[in-house]
Design a protein around this ligand. Structure first.
Ligand code: AMP
Length: 212
């Protein structure tokens, strides 16, 4: 199973990806997480992408394709994978088709900008174990503390109102054309991202099953 998740920042791609990989027993590939790891390790690549990520722009297609190519060659991808935050441009989607033939489905989690902006500024992440929370929809049991490991939660640098607005603009300009790209290939499944988290998961799983 080779899936692509499309959605504005904070639409729930990461949350749904974590649930779908359990259901389908496939690998989770988040290019955003991979890049953040490079930044936290202080690698050359991390240094290169730091400022564009903080400003809400996109990292170059060539660089992203290179890291994706290496990642899908890893062992845990043998049974399939779900891309979360990739492709983000039509050029990336075309390159992906060249590399793997074709994907099985693309899932578009659709939700309005106003709600996404509220959600992303309420988002919190655990820097130690990677768990994600949201003060509005998925709060930790103790405010500001990770349920899983007790670490103090942090906010992503690009989850501010200013960077969030820039990321939404980038999404509409550069990533939304992917909806049409996959629609034309009859691969798109659209889900309402305003439903609660469980409902979105159920809807995706039954939507993907319909075609199987
Ligand atoms: P995310 O965690 O998916 O929201 O990604 C965070 C940031 O990483 C984005 O705002 C981009 O700057 C960068 N990024 C992640 N994935 C891609 C991609 N496929 N193409 C270009 N830039 C990306």
């Amino acid at each position: 199973m080779k899936l692509v998740l499309i959605g504005a920042p904070a639409a729930g791609k990461g949350t749904q990806a974590k649930r779908l990989i359990e259901h389908y027993n496939i690998a989770h590939i988040s290019t955003g997480d991979m890049l953040r790891e490079e930044i936290s390790k202080g690698t050359e690549l991390g240094e290169k992408v730091k400022s564009v990520m903080a400003s809400g722009g996109l990292v170059s297609d060539d660089l992203i394709i290179e890291i994706v190519k290496a990642r899908i060659a890893e062992d845990d991808c043998k049974n399939g994978f779900i891309f979360d935050g990739f492709p983000r441009t039509v050029v990336q989607a075309e390159k992906l088709d060249e590399i793997i033939g074709h994907i099985d489905r693309a899932v578009f989690i659709n939700a309005p900008d106003e709600v996404m902006l509220q959600r992303l500024t309420a988002r919190e992440t655990c820097p130690k174990c990677g768990a994600t929370y949201n003060k509005l929809s998925l709060p930790s049991k103790v405010a500001g503390v990770c349920d899983a490991c007790g670490e103090k939660l942090t906010q992503r640098k690009d989850d501010t109102v200013e960077a969030g607005k820039a990321r939404l603009k980038t999404f509409h300009e550069q990533s939304e054309p992917l909806v049409d790209y996959y629609k034309k290939q009859n691969l798109l499944f659209e889900v309402n991202g305003l439903m609660d988290i469980d409902e979105v998961t159920k809807s995706i799983i039954s939507g993907l099953g319909e075609k199987a």
